[in-house]
Design a protein around this ligand. Structure first.
Ligand code: PMP
Length: 392
C-alpha cells in the first residue's frame, strides 16, 4: 500500500463538490464525465432484466449476449476476426487495465508510458511495482509519442507500452502516419505487449478518424490489447462496463482474475450494456458534435489569453493548456509558483475547478474537462480568462 495513491482527479472533484455543498458557486472542469444520459432503451432493458432476474452468478468472462454485442461493436469499427474467447469484461475499463497490468507485469518489469498520461495508468503500474519509463511528450510535439522516442526507450526488459488514443488529459489524436511509425518500431520488438486504451474512440473531431495499430500492423494482433468502455461513448460511467479484446491466453488470464475477485458484472448492468451497444448509435455521434463545438469555444477563449498555449485537441473532451506563463505571478495577494497553486488560487478566487497537470506528468499545464452545460462552460471560461488577465 505504500506505493498506492488516491486518484488526484477524484481529489479535485471531491473538493469542488464540498465547496458547492457549502453554498459556493463552483464550476467544475475537473472530472471526466460525459454529462449525458443514455437513451430510454437502455433503462427499459435494465427494468426488464430486473423482472427476469435469474438469481444466479454470471459468467466471469461476461454473458454471451454482451460478448456478442461487443464483437458487433468492434466489427462496426473495422476490427474483424475477434471471437468470444478473445474478450473479457470488467467493472469499467479501469478495472480491465488493472487486470491487464496484473496479468502482464512482474515487479520490476519495464512499462513505457507516454506523458502526459492518464493518472490511473501510472498509479496502477506503481501499485504493481513496475519499473515505469516515462516518455515525456511536451506540448511542442503535441503531447504525442514519436517513433524515435519509443525506439530509444524499448529495452530487453520492456514488457508493456500503454498507448492512449484519443488521449486523456490532452485530447490528442494520432494520425495514421504516426500510428504507422509507432507500429513499425513495435514490429521490431516482439517481446513488447501493447495496451491500446481507446475508450474515447467515438469522440474524434475534424473528420480525423480513429487510426489503430491493429489496422496498420495486423500482425501485432498477438500482443495488442484493445480496451474499450461504455463510460464515455454511451454516457454510462457509473454503470461500470469495460472490455478488453486480446489474444486468447491473455483474455483467459483476465477471466481467471475476474473469477477471483468480481465473479461477474450484474445482470441488470449487462442488459443495459447490450441495449446501449446494439441500440441506436446516433447518440455518440451527436455528442461528439457537441463536444467539438465546446472544444472550439475553449480554444477561442485560450486564443485571447496572452502567454497561454494549447495544442488543439481533436478528440475526447479535454483541453490541456500550458499555463506556465503564470508561474512567478500573483493573483491578488496569492502567489502562483506552479500548476497546483494555479488551480488552488483559481478555485478560491473564481470557483473554477481544474486538475493540475502534474497529476498527469506535465507540471506546466492543467486539464479542463469541458462537458458541462453550455452556459456553465461559457461562464467558467469567462472566469478563467478574467483570472488570467488579473495576474500580475
Ligand atoms: N482510460 C482512460 C484514458 C480514461 O480517461 C478513463 C476514465 N477517465 C478510463 C480508462 C476508465 O474508464 P472506465 O470508466 O471505463 O473505468
Amino acid at each position: 500500500m505504500s506505493r498506492a495513491v488516491p486518484s488526484a482527479i477524484m481529489a479535485v472533484a471531491e473538493k469542488a463538490k464540498a465547496l458547492k455543498a457549502q453554498g459556493r458557486d463552483i464550476i467544475s472542469f475537473s472530472i471526466g464525465v460525459p454529462n449525458f444520459l443514455p437513451g430510454e432503451h437502455v433503462y427499459a432493458a435494465a427494468h426488464q432484466a430486473l423482472d427476469r432476474d435469474s438469481g444466479n452468478y454470471g459468467s466471469n468472462r461476461g454473458p454471451d449476449g454482451l460478448l456478442d454485442a461487443f464483437l458487433a461493436h468492434f466489427k462496426r469499427n473495422g476490427f474483424d476476426g475477434f471471437e468470444r474467447k478473445n474478450l473479457c469484461v470488467g467493472v469499467g475499463a479501469k478495472h480491465v487495465i488493472f487486470n491487464v497490468m496484473y496479468a502482464i507485469l512482474e515487479e520490476g518489469d519495464e512499462l513505457i508510458l507516454p506523458a502526459p498520461y492518464w493518472t490511473s495508468h501510472i498509479d496502477i503500474a506503481r501499485i504493481l511495482g513496475a519499473d515505469i519509463k516515462v516518455a515525456y511528450c511536451g506540448s511542442e510535439q503535441d503531447y504525442k509519442l514519436t517513433a524515435a522516442q519509443l525506439e530509444s526507450l524499448i529495452s530487453p526488459r520492456t514488457k508493456l507500452l500503454v498507448l492512449n488514443n484519443p488521449g486523456n488529459p490532452t485530447g490528442m489524436v494520432y494520425t495514421e502516419a504516426e500510428i504507422r511509425a509507432l507500429g513499425d518500431v513495435l514490429s521490431k520488438h516482439p517481446h513488447v505487449w501493447i495496451l491500446s486504451d481507446d475508450i474515447y474512440n467515438q469522440m474524434i473531431f475534424d473528420g480525423l478518424g480513429w487510426h489503430h495499430l491493429l489496422k496498420t500492423h495486423p500482425h501485432l494482433r498477438d500482443r495488442v490489447i484493445l480496451l474499450d468502455s461504455l463510460s464515455k461513448t454511451y454516457g454510462m460511467p457509473g454503470w461500470r462496463v469495460g472490455v478488453a479484446a486480446a489474444p486468447v491466453e491473455l483474455a483467459q488470464a483476465l477471466v481467471t482474475l475476474n473469477s477471483n475477485h468480481i465473479t461477474n458484472l450484474p445482470e441488470v448492468v449487462c442488459a443495459a450494456a447490450i441495449a446501449a451497444l446494439t441500440g441506436p448509435q446516433d447518440i455518440p455521434q451527436k455528442m461528439a458534435g457537441e463536444f467539438m463545438a465546446k472544444r472550439d469555444e475553449v480554444m477561442a477563449t485560450f486564443a485571447r489569453i496572452q502567454g497561454l498555449s494549447c495544442p488543439r485537441p481533436q478528440g475526447a473532451f479535454y483541453a490541456f493548456p500550458d499555463v506556465s506563463f503564470a508561474f512567478g505571478k500573483r493573483h491578488g495577494a496569492a502567489s502562483i509558483t506552479d500548476d497546483v497553486d494555479f488551480c488552488n488560487v483559481l478555485l478560491d478566487a473564481k470557483g473554477v475547478a481544474c486538475v493540475p497537470g502534474s497529476a498527469f506528468g506535465e507540471p506546466k499545464a492543467l486539464r479542463i474537462s469541458y462537458t458541462c452545460k453550455a452556459q456553465e462552460l461559457t461562464e467558467g471560461l469567462k472566469r478563467f480568462e478574467e483570472f488570467c488577465s488579473e495576474l500580475h
